[in-house]
Design a protein around this ligand. Structure first.
Ligand SMILES: O=C(CO)COP(=O)(O)O
Length: 258
């Protein structure tokens, strides 16, 4: 039996302003019980402009919901207009930060080298990176989904020491399944997630690989989460669209009841 606590994280993407963020987190907090938090870790990855509001709410009401950002700068400070540093996120008591989401790779040309620098910056500031990896449709159709994804894992973790790597979260998000309603078959997702764990064992050790949480992301909903979570190497979900609906996200968190 795996001792990994499932992590259900909502990636809000560029949705919900700071007022809407408060209402949404309050709704989640109202629905979730200690039983939920005992079974699953719950996190929301929110726009930068929402972080202070979410922090105030979580601190003030002692909520057990974790929160974090969707990106960070690879740099610590300086002349990087528009960027947000890991130090700034950690000052806001963020727990998590997504790194290398496919939308960052696609629209902001983030390479594995950039993702690697961001993973290191996150660790340096005490944040847990959620390293996002996954193939485009052409790559899957060419039969290269596993090889492509493992290259991203290896690139993202280059020169990251074991004591940091053992706390990373990896999110396998096949690009063609994101926001499309096309969920990756649970067995196909398991195949890639098992290969990711195998790569971690090769890069570090089996013991380390067994500790790392690997999420699946891509059109996860209340109706398909149970099948995904039944896979041996899938330890949670990174949820986009469905996390914007508090009732649906609660269903995902309660995947055992679905
Ligand atoms: O990109 C995702 C989460 O990071 C997945 O998005 P959807 O759940 O909307 O497909």
């Amino acid at each position: 039996m795996s001792t990994r606590t499932p992590l259900m994280a909502g990636n809000w993407k560029m949705n919900l302003n700071h007022l809407e963020a408060i209402a949404h987190v309050q709704k989640l907090a109202f629905a979730l019980t200690d039983k939920d938090y005992d079974a699953v870790e719950v996190a929301v990855l929110v726009p930068f402009t929402d972080l202070r509001s979410v922090q105030t709410l979580v601190d003030g009401d002692k909520l057990k919901i974790k929160y974090g950002a969707q990106d960070l700068s690879a740099h610590d400070s300086g002349a990087y207009t528009g960027e947000i540093s890991g130090a700034m996120l950690s000052k806001l008591k963020c727990s998590y930060v997504a790194v290398g989401h496919s939308e960052r790779r696609q629209y902001h040309a983030e390479t594995d080298e950039v993702c690697n620098a961001k993973v290191k910056a996150a660790f340096q500031h005490g944040l847990t990176p959620i390293l996002c990896v996954g193939e485009e449709l052409e790559v899957r159709e060419a039969g290269n989904a596993v090889a492509h994804t493992l290259t991203q894992v290896e690139g993202g973790l280059k020169d990251v020491p074991a004591e940091q790597a053992e706390t990373i979260v990896i999110a396998y998000e096949p690009v063609w399944a994101i926001g499309t309603g096309k969920v990756c078959g649970a067995e196909d997702a398991q195949e890639v997630c098992a290969a990711i764990r195998g790569k971690l064992a090769e890069l570090y050790s089996q013991e380390l690989a067994d500790k790392v949480r690997i999420q699946y992301g891509g059109s996860v909903k209340g109706g398909n989460v149970a099948e995904i979570m039944a896979q041996a190497d899938i330890d949670g979900a990174l949820v986009g669209g469905a996390s914007l609906d508090a009732d649906e996200f609660v269903k995902i968190i309660r995947f055992r009841d679905q």
